[in-house]
Design a binder for this molecule. Structure first.
Ligand code: SF4
Ligand code: SF4
Length: 187
């Protein structure tokens, strides 16, 4: 082997990449850097940053039932939930308060995995920095709410599969209720 051939080979690769970068974009293996924020690479579907709460049709139909499972499972305990009560003091299946402290959240996605009601998912949004740390990064229920359409836009594969599962579960429930009602009817 010629002394220094490795160095020469690596210099040739560098030279090749230098010229290729003028003709090919990052997606084609050319330039490796993008001029953010003017240019952005599309995020992968499973890219995750902070969680959001999903609602169907309108924000009144949020899926969260305030079961508190995500708050219990969250490793740094940055989710705070208070259940809503009606005028008679009966508990409702929805949160009055749902806060997440994004200064503490470690983007692990455990809340998404733990939720049995398909109500909380990891978002792609990451440009949330601001001049005031406490008020800017403590997200309340209204800040966390996002539509199922938004979920479809950022994570179409997961959102479609979950819609299908929810539809099937709903149909099963309906069929069981109809069967029970039929069984109760006198012959
Ligand atoms: S997001 Fe899911 S796990 Fe968390 S309180 Fe709501 S329903 Fe329960
Ligand atoms: S992503 Fe992890 S740390 Fe953040 S709220 Fe969910 S469970 Fe907690």
């Amino acid at each position: 082997m010629i002394f220094g051939s490795g160095v020469l080979r690596s210099m040739l690769i560098t030279l090749k990449n230098f010229f290729t970068s003028y003709f090919k974009g990052p997606e084609e293996g050319g330039i490796f850097t993008v001029e953010y924020p003017e240019t952005r690479l599309p995020e992968k579907e499973r890219f995750r940053n902070f969680p959001f709460l999903v609602y169907d049709r309108n924000p009144e139909n949020l899926r969260c039932v305030a079961c508190d499972i995500c708050a219990k499972e969250c490793p740094p305990k940055c989710i705070y939930i208070v259940r809503e009560f009606d005028k008679e003091g009966r508990p409702l299946k929805r949160p009055a308060v749902f806060d997440i402290d994004f200064t503490v959240c470690m983007n692990c996605g455990i809340c998404e995995e733990a939720c049995p009601f398909d109500a909380i998912y990891m978002d792609h949004e990451f440009e949330i920095a601001g001049p005031e740390r406490q008020s800017r990064l403590l997200y309340h229920k209204d800040d966390l709410l996002k539509s199922n359409e938004y979920f479809h836009k950022i994570r179409p594969t997961d959102a479609t599969a979950i819609d299908q599962q929810r539809r099937e579960a709903e149909e099963k429930k309906k069929a069981a209720a109809e069967a029970a009602a039929k069984a109760k009817q006198p012959d």
